[in-house]
Design a protein around this ligand. Structure first.
Ligand code: ZN
Length: 153
């Protein structure tokens, strides 16, 4: 078990475009395991590699029924729209209303390089879009319609 430090607002790594993963090796497996340990030490549902300073196209999500690992992910389809509160482990204590698709279909590779599809709705779709944005150096505050006050969440 290894926890990595989650970078916070203002760290330049959060604004960088990440590079694709090309080696499906032990180092990638270690990164994915560490991301899971780090995510599970928080109350968050998703964590992207750049948030721990690794500029590679990798994120994970966990909604309570197991870790979903996405390597070199692409959002291939979206449907509908939802507006709701969103936060980020790199912006502790900050929440805002963000508009996201209601449904999002992801294409990604697993830790062995095998491609798979994954479709999520509601919170899952929100998380897919939020984490995928991190890989292009985009953070949720760039999409916020309105920040929430401390009495609103
Ligand atoms: Zn985030």
């Amino acid at each position: 078990m290894a926890l990595r430090n989650i970078l916070k607002d203002g760290d330049p790594a959060l604004g960088k475009v990440c590079r694709p993963v090309t080696e499906f090796d032990e180092k990638l497996a270690q990164l994915l395991d560490d991301l899971a340990d780090t995510l599970h030490s928080t109350d968050g549902v998703g964590l992207a590699a750049p948030q721990v300073g690794v500029l590679r196209r990798v994120f994970i999500m966990d909604f309570g029924d197991g870790v979903i690992e996405a390597v070199n992910p692409e959002i291939v389809n979206t449907k509908g729209a939802q507006e709701g509160p969103e936060g980020c482990l790199s912006f502790p204590g900050e929440y805002g209303i963000v508009r996201r698709p209601q449904k999002a279909k992801l294409k990604a590779q697993d830790r062995h390089g095998k491609w798979f599809y994954f479709t999520g709705e509601d919170l899952v779709a929100r998380c897919i879009c939020h984490e995928n944005d991190h890989l292009d150096g985009v953070v949720f505050k760039q999409h916020v319609i309105r920040m929430l006050g401390p009495d609103e969440y």
